[in-house]
Design a protein around this ligand. Structure first.
Ligand SMILES: [Zn+2]
Length: 138
């Protein structure tokens, strides 16, 4: 396989990063090809598609969470594993919390858990190339 520039592509791993209005998502260890000549890194078409779908889902899910209004206070949520880092901003905080580490409102926490499960499942599938059992079928 060759790059557009004519260089040789070698197998490796790369990182996907996206930042949207309400969240940032980083997925590590994704199989990728890198050009020896121009350094361009490319994921497979299938991986690109999966990453795009996942990002769209996250956009929908995160805006649903941000629209919730249990209290005025907003907080952030962060989850990191070996495969990904997910940071969400403007998350409704639980009522009565006003410190620097506000707790996420319970109704928002339920939706965030679903998003995190989706990232866990999809990132695992993207990284291993194997479909994972649909453990979290909502
Ligand atoms: Zn190239």
């Amino acid at each position: 396989m060759q790059c557009k520039c004519g260089g040789v592509l070698i197998d490796g791993k790369s990182t996907f990063r996206t930042s949207r209005k309400n969240f940032s998502l980083i997925i590590m260890n994704i199989p990728a090809k890198k050009c020896m000549r121009c350094d361009e890194v490319r994921f497979s078409g299938e991986t690109d598609e999966k990453l795009e779908l996942l990002t769209e889902r996250m956009e929908r899910g995160s805006s649903e969470i941000v629209r919730m209004k249990p209290g005025e206070v907003r907080t952030s949520f962060r989850k990191s594993t070996n495969n990904f880092t997910f940071i969400m901003e403007h998350v409704p905080a639980a009522k009565g919390t006003a410190s620097d580490d506000e707790e996420v409102a319970p109704e928002a926490a339920v939706l965030i858990k679903k998003l995190v499960n989706t990232i866990e499942r999809d990132s695992n599938e993207i990284i291993t190339g194997k479909p994972s059992a649909n453990l979290y079928d909502y």
